[in-house]
Write a protein that binds this ligand. Structure first.
Ligand SMILES: [Zn+2]
Ligand SMILES: [Zn+2]
Length: 302
């Protein structure tokens, strides 16, 4: 059982959520007697929007993540508040700085996140202006198969992992740290500041590593939508300050905020390869969370 738990936290949740959702959809299609509900919806979308690249690029790669991120923040914020009420079961990772969510911090985090989204919109418009084959998200009339979706999601996880790791490590060098410092203002991560970052940091270390795979793999826009949902959830969980069973381990990125010199990656693999992975002595529910960590921890990190 503990192996299953470790596997669940070592990988992006899409590996098991997407097949489950697909199974439910297939049952639904069978009950209402259609081939594919999603294909019917996609046909209707294409009837309405035609083949205009701008609608799909701006809609799916900007507007959708913006809405999804804020809805997800709301859902996880409620989860955090519920967990805070139950101190015994709570899996709070750091408690030293429990008053981090001051009105002042909340306000500056919200404003910064909105500014960063605006900057991404500008990047997308520039990208659109220089419209070329590379910047075209695929929007074929026929939706990709389940296997193609899973293949693209898994491959993109590797692209994201290494693109993010190297970009993030560069931002930790003495030349570039000044651009990344803002994200590290919160030593104890808090959910509202999940995307709190300087502009250059947000564009080059967050946005580009997360979206470059969409173009490299020539992903269908529908797969891109799924991908961006999972990235948003992963980022939020890394900053929520709690460990959530069956989700990618929150303590991994939490420790990066505390110590700065370890756990630079998104999913752990690049850190394992480069010997920069460490786990935390700050986890106060150490015994309880240990079995949920992707790899067993035999000794505390220095
Ligand atoms: Zn962070
Ligand atoms: Zn960092």
């Amino acid at each position: 059982m503990s192996k299953i738990k470790r596997f669940a936290t070592a990988i992006n949740p899409f590996i098991y959520t997407v097949p489950v959702l697909y199974g439910f959809l297939k049952c639904f299609d069978f009950i209402i007697g259609v081939d594919s509900t999603l294909q019917i919806i996609w046909n209707k979308v294409r009837e309405k929007l035609g083949d205009n690249l701008a609608y799909y690029n701006i809609g799916v790669l900007f507007l959708y993540p913006f809405i999804f991120y804020h809805l997800a923040i709301l859902v996880f914020y409620i989860i955090v508040k519920v967990m805070e009420r139950d101190k015994i079961k709570s899996m709070k990772l750091q408690t030293k700085d429990s008053e981090i969510e001051t009105p002042e911090n909340t306000r500056k985090a919200i404003i910064n996140v909105l500014e960063n989204y605006l900057a991404i919109l500008v990047v997308m418009l520039v990208q659109f202006y220089f419209d070329n084959d590379f910047a075209r998200a695929r929007r074929d009339p026929v939706l990709p198969s389940f296997l193609e979706v899973m293949r693209d999601l898994i491959l993109n996880m590797f692209i994201h992992e290494f693109a993010f790791y190297y970009a993030h490590r560069l931002f930790h060098t003495k030349w570039l740290y000044k651009y990344h410092k803002k994200h590290h203002e919160f030593k104890t991560p808090t959910i509202l500041a999940a995307q709190y970052a300087g502009l250059a940091d947000h564009i080059f270390a967050a946005y580009l590593p997360a979206s470059i795979g969409i173009y490299i793999l020539r992903m269908h826009i529908g797969t891109a939508l799924l991908w961006l949902s999972t990235v948003n959830v992963t980022v939020i969980i890394g900053h929520m300050g709690y460990h959530l069973p069956f989700f990618i381990a929150g303590q991994f990125h939490d420790y990066h905020h505390l110590k700065f010199n370890a756990n630079y990656s998104m999913y752990g693999l690049a850190d394992v390869l480069h010997g920069t992975m460490k786990y935390s002595e700050v986890i106060e529910n150490y015994e309880k969370t240990n079995e949920w960590l992707p790899y067993p921890i035999n000794k505390k990190a220095e």
